[in-house]
Design a protein around this ligand. Sequence first.
Ligand code: VGL
Length: 196
Amino acid sequence: MTRALFIIDVQNDFTEGGALAVTGGAAVAAGITSFLAGSPGYDVVFASRDWHDPDNDNGGHFATTTDPDFEITWPRHCVAGTPGAEYHPALDTGAIDVHVRKGQGKPAYSIFEGTTDDSLTLPEALAERAVTDVDVVGIATDYCVLASALDALDAGASVRVLRDLVAGVAPDSSDAAFARLANRGAVIIESGSVSA
Ligand code: VGL
């Protein structure tokens, strides 16, 4: 078994004070850092960042002519190279082995839509390390965490979502995301029950 951790979109714009602030986002950043300091035993740690173009609406992802609906259209966020797109300062980026960027010119909720800094697709990067098991943490439970975990299941991995290390846009859609993931065979657990 080869275990990977996916840290999804722990970026300034998705945390308190950011352009698309998710309540609890900063606590998730700090919580992931504490969790990793406890040597949870991952063979490889992946982290994704939303990385949108500055000069277009990224395939309708940014609301430009109407108010955002916070389901399909969003406030402008995570523009490539801006402070909002950086990892949250409380996240220990030294623990990240593989950096993945996604969303250049289009909506991209799942880490599987991204590319590594070595220009690999996610299936290529996972195959290179023969990853079998994936734990998922980060932001947002009901969008990018959900999409990434579903794609990891589709890729054949055993998937767990660490409930105390994710934060969602809205409570109802976050509850629905957990239910959908559990229904698909993901295991929802607390980070305290992860052992190396
Ligand atoms: C996300 C909304 C828009 C996320 C990204 O990271 O979950 N949510 N773009």
